[in-house]
Design a protein around this ligand. Sequence first.
Ligand SMILES: NC(=O)c1ccc[n+]([C@@H]2O[C@H](COP(=O)([O-])OP(=O)(O)OC[C@H]3O[C@@H](n4cnc5c(N)ncnc54)[C@H](OP(=O)(O)O)[C@@H]3O)[C@@H](O)[C@H]2O)c1
Length: 278
Amino acid sequence: MSRSEEDAGPGGPRWALVLGASSGTGAAIAEAVAQQPGLDVFGVHRGRYVDSGERMEHAVREAGRRAVPWQADASTPEAAEAGVEALRKVAGPRSVKLFVHSIAGASVGHFLSEGEDRLHARRIRRTFDTMAHSFVYWAQALVAADMLAPEARLLGLQNVLDGTHLSNTGLVSASKAALEMYVQHLAMELGPLGHRVNLLKFGTVMTPALKHVYSPEALARLEAAHARMNPAGRMCTVEEVARFVSVLAGEDAAWFNGATIDFSGGMTLKLLDLVLNA
Ligand SMILES: NC(=O)c1ccc[n+]([C@@H]2O[C@H](COP(=O)([O-])OP(=O)(O)OC[C@H]3O[C@@H](n4cnc5c(N)ncnc54)[C@H](OP(=O)(O)O)[C@@H]3O)[C@@H](O)[C@H]2O)c1
């Protein structure tokens, strides 16, 4: 009997497939769902975050669950098929309780710039493949390989830039808008089969990517700005987002479908006040 069969409770083996599991939000989600509701983790990434990837695997195993890493660029349909095939070999059919799309790979810049930051066609295609289309490719591969467990949850991640724009993030927002429509249409297609597809929207959280991009002074300014913006007076943490994903994976969240769930903590509510009255 394989380990996944041994582990199978009355509901069978239960896995989380996490794209982007080695860093930031994806790593925190992998750790949280290993704890609650107690899922084994198949974590996909390209291997650039060695330390945090190992920390995540260690934490999942500490929680008594399996952690299986799979290294690839997850943005193509071929990668989705190969990844799901690899997962099927370790997990068996109908075993994926939770699929989370937490890869980040978007170009920032301006559509009409004549400079380095021009959002040219290759950047547009690459951003949409990574941030949006890959959600569909993995959903298609999971269904084709009969990998979704009963009442599976599929989750995309959204930021707050859908209503409040930063001038260099037009391509990020456009790809997230596509992701939101993919989520709604997949919810309609998968709903009758008992599955749920949602988008979780949250504000800025401190991730290695942010720490890599900003200097310590800029990070301190960023934290101070979020303390002014967020009604709670501080930044949200990846752990808070991850714990809420555990909730979304549970029975009580079963009626959410096709929803954009706002976990932004009111981050953009005070912007007019800050501009007009600060
Ligand atoms: N951070 C925030 O403040 C925030 C707020 C709201 C929403 N979100 C959303 O949360 C998601 C994750 O963001 P994050 O900030 O947590 O990102 P992050 O810390 O940069 O982590 C991204 C993860 O995705 C992997 N990855 C990136 N491109 C990949 C690819 N093509 N194929 C396979 N793996 C890939 C990375 O590992 P490798 O590079 O080694 O592949 C890493 O594990 C994104 O969808 C983002 O829009 C983030």
